[in-house]
Ligand binder design. Sequence first.
Ligand SMILES: Cc1cc2nc3c(=O)[nH]c(=O)nc-3n(C[C@H](O)[C@H](O)[C@H](O)COP(=O)(O)OP(=O)(O)OC[C@H]3O[C@@H](n4cnc5c(N)ncnc54)[C@H](O)[C@@H]3O)c2cc1C
Length: 403
Amino acid sequence: MIKKDYDAIVVGAGPAGSSVARRAAEQGIKVLIVEKKREIGHPIQCGELVPTVEEFPNILPRAKRGEKLFNIPEWVISNRCSRVAIIGPKKKVHEFKFGSNIVDRSRFDKWLVMNATKAGAELWTCCEAMSAEKNGKEVLVRKEGKNFRLKTDVLIAADGPSSRITRSIGLNPNNPEDLAITIEYLMGGVDTDPDLTEVYFGKEYAPGGYAWIIPKGEGMANVGLGIRTSFSERGVSLRDYLERFIKKHPIASKKFQKGVILSRTGGLVPVGGPIEKTYSENVIVVGDAAGQVMATNGGGIPTAVICGDIGGEAIAKKLRGENDLSFYENEWKKEAGKELYAGVKIRKIVDIALRSDKLADIIFEVLDSKIVEEVIRCRLSMPLNLLYKTVEGLKQSLKVFKK
Ligand SMILES: Cc1cc2nc3c(=O)[nH]c(=O)nc-3n(C[C@H](O)[C@H](O)[C@H](O)COP(=O)(O)OP(=O)(O)OC[C@H]3O[C@@H](n4cnc5c(N)ncnc54)[C@H](O)[C@@H]3O)c2cc1C
């Protein structure tokens, strides 16, 4: 059955999709958001850490719109942190200032989607997009057991890290090898500093990634870790790693002695950088679907919202005949590209240290906290860039040598 025409159909009501929909609807575009979940933002699959408005210029200095978009209302915020501690395998601690709001992610996603519907977008929950056809001009969706074929001028793939839509329109999706797998518990009774986010490195606990304790206040905390399978031990599950972290880590375990697990979650995080091309004639790909995640810290909410906002603008321009969708890619690269691409380069350097705790320890000991801060913030300073070029040069020479 052919149903209703829309100017734009957004697949996915996460931060990326809701931001595209809001911005496009604000400009008079007739937008439909389809979301497969029953409840927006639920279940939560997130550490829930978002930089404060004041911190934004230090994270994405070219994305001026961030300050306006991250004016988060009080009812969405659970806690505030002003510092981050990075802890090496042998307990060496680097601490720096980092202003963050710890949001209630379920409320955060609801807030974003309500902003879109207030601006005029329509929302269908319990509606799964099955495939895109005719270069994105049609989308097959399933809602309440029935199939619909919807027509649209522009389709937005905002359907998360394993984006089905990106694949079905023939763009290259995230490389599965670049997807970090994560597990997280919401814990109560945690003896943690409510003003401090803690990040732990160490092959024994989080191979190829890191573990985190993000305080939500009142003794609650998001406790989780992300790993990459190519770094992990055979036969050790994600859950084993988190249990090991909670029970055996020499520093962290002391905080969990009265801890209780309140809920369990997890998910995928793309850490391979943006996909090759994020638009086609009638389609844009946004947020995790497009790999728009800061690769050294796994943060994807700021970029999803910013790139989403740019996406909404690009759609309006296309439909008004002012520009094609290449505007979207050019603009997000201008505003967030530097940090997104730098993040991948830095991650590749960090990967070498993550292969061995001994090496990681030496690096943690000699590194200045300033450089550790730059790594986490995806800032490719001169020394890091030089190191990256040396490492890549060595890799190339090895390839030639092997031939
Ligand atoms: C455990 C964990 C912790 C994290 N912690 C943080 C953090 O602290 N800070 C941070 O900035 N980032 C964090 N991230 C990353 C962050 O969650 C993502 O970058 C962010 O959610 C990206 O937003 P998005 O809208 O692109 O995708 P998503 O939030 O994944 O939204 C995609 C939406 O599309 C829907 N969908 C998928 N397929 C279909 C379909 N076929 N039809 C209809 N709907 C569909 C999904 O149900 C979902 O609602 C974390 C990720 C994980 C897994």
